[in-house]
Design a binder for this molecule. Structure first.
Ligand code: HEC
Length: 134
């Protein structure tokens, strides 16, 4: 009797601890899969973006985008909205932009409806972060 009660309360405590870890550490929760992120980039972003330095397409090159300020490419003509946004691209801002570009940057010119799945966004962000560490 005593023994099984002990085991149960231990399981409850363990579950509570895990729940706390998941809820209070978004950085941990956001760790995405770089390989999947690369595939998502190919299907969702590569039409307009290259990861190569200086290679602008419809959208600017995303070379070394992570932890850098928005609208830094010299030869790309950005919207005024993005140029004046003072955004730094990190997991949080990229998460918001990829969810709904027009909401984070009203008047911006990225014609992308947004990526609904939080886990796919995390994968894509992991890929962009990895690509930025040369
Ligand atoms: C239909 C074309 C198109 C697609 C698809 C697209 N983008 Fe963009 N993206 C743009 C354009 C155009 C801009 C410039 C926006 C502006 O100036 O307001 C941009 C800007 C950006 C920026 C800011 C760049 C900077 O220099 O500050 C990031 C980051 C970005 N896109 C990421 C992505 C990712 C990741 C995807 C895939 C999920 C994606 N985009 C899909 C066209 C696109």
């Amino acid at each position: 009797m005593r023994h099984s009660f002990y085991q149960k309360s231990r399981a409850v405590r363990l579950a509570a601890t895990l729940l706390t870890v998941v809820t209070i550490s978004p950085a941990w929760a956001q760790q995405g899969d770089v390989t999947k992120g690369g595939e998502l980039f190919a299907t969702h972003c590569a039409e307009c973006h290259s990861m190569k330095e200086g290679k602008d397409k419809k959208g600017p090159s995303l070379f070394s985008i992570f932890d850098n300020k928005a609208a830094l490419r010299e030869n790309y003509v950005y919207s005024d909205a993005l140029r004046n946004s003072h955004i730094t691209w990190n997991a949080e801002s990229l998460g918001a932009y990829l969810t709904n570009p027009k909401k984070l940057v009203p008047g911006g010119k990225m014609k992308y409806d947004g990526l609904e799945s939080a886990s796919e966004r995390a994968d894509l962000i992991a890929y962009l972060a990895r690509q930025s560490k040369h």
